[in-house]
Design a protein around this ligand. Sequence first.
Ligand SMILES: C[S@@+](CC[C@H](N)C(=O)[O-])C[C@H]1O[C@@H](n2cnc3c(N)ncnc32)[C@H](O)[C@@H]1O
Ligand SMILES: [Zn+2]
Length: 269
Amino acid sequence: MPEFDQKSLCPSCRKIILLPTPIGVQGIVCPHCQALYPKTEGFLDFLPPAPTGQSVAQKFMDRPRFISAYEGKYWRKSIFFAFIAGISFSHEFDLITKAADLSGTEVILDLSCGPGIYTRPWAKKLAQGFAVGLDISKPMLSYAVAKAEEEKIKNILFVHASALSIPFPDGAFDRVNFCGALHLFPHVEKVLGEIHRVMKPGGILTTASARNWLPGKLSDRIFAWYKKLGVTHFRHHELVAYFKEAGFEEINTLHAKHCLFIITAAKSS
Ligand SMILES: C[S@@+](CC[C@H](N)C(=O)[O-])C[C@H]1O[C@@H](n2cnc3c(N)ncnc32)[C@H](O)[C@@H]1O
Ligand SMILES: [Zn+2]
């Protein structure tokens, strides 16, 4: 099984620290500022203990019932979800995975990984690569860790951090997958900038995010209400502009139906 010889970025002093072999370590200490990042529940913890300023949508996602149902036939793989997204999860997964064009040697970041619905199957595809799942929700990560252990996946590491300050150095990842999450960020430009920073030149970004599909003023009213709950629905030109602004090229829209966009982009080599 490949070792993860990546470096991490200390969130406290922003200097590079070496990540130890992720399986079985108790955590890491920054050699520069001595900040301690424990690995207590199976994931490396780069965030302070108490979450602050959570949106209604985030509070909902942290609920144990939602998490245990997330991957099943009542949410992400449900007929309901396929209806509102205009595509089934299995079709979305196939489209995104094909676009990621994995050879099996990549180091990938599944950003806002949730229960690891992409992280775990992608790790299994990486015979000589490594998958990192990052999320701000501890309950989501605990679920992801337990599932990865159950499935005996070794080339995987889960980290508790914010996508707005990714604790990895520039150019660390060959691929970044960012599904079901872009619409949860009030500052889209910040998160896309962070993704661009941690991607290797020539790297591919795959995304699935909420789409504003209603025309006119009615849509603005409805989606303004969603925004208050913490979910933004984008128009196509807005999203493309955000991607371009962050420095991405080769922006391809693979799906634009009902409430979902699937968009891929590349960092120039
Ligand atoms: C709807 S889930 C998506 C899960 C999975 N990627 C998928 O495709 O189904 C959105 C995830 O984004 C995470 N999230 C929200 N804000 C975040 C942040 N600032 N940094 C990292 N993850 C965040 C949530 O905790 C949640 O697990
Ligand atoms: Zn430090």
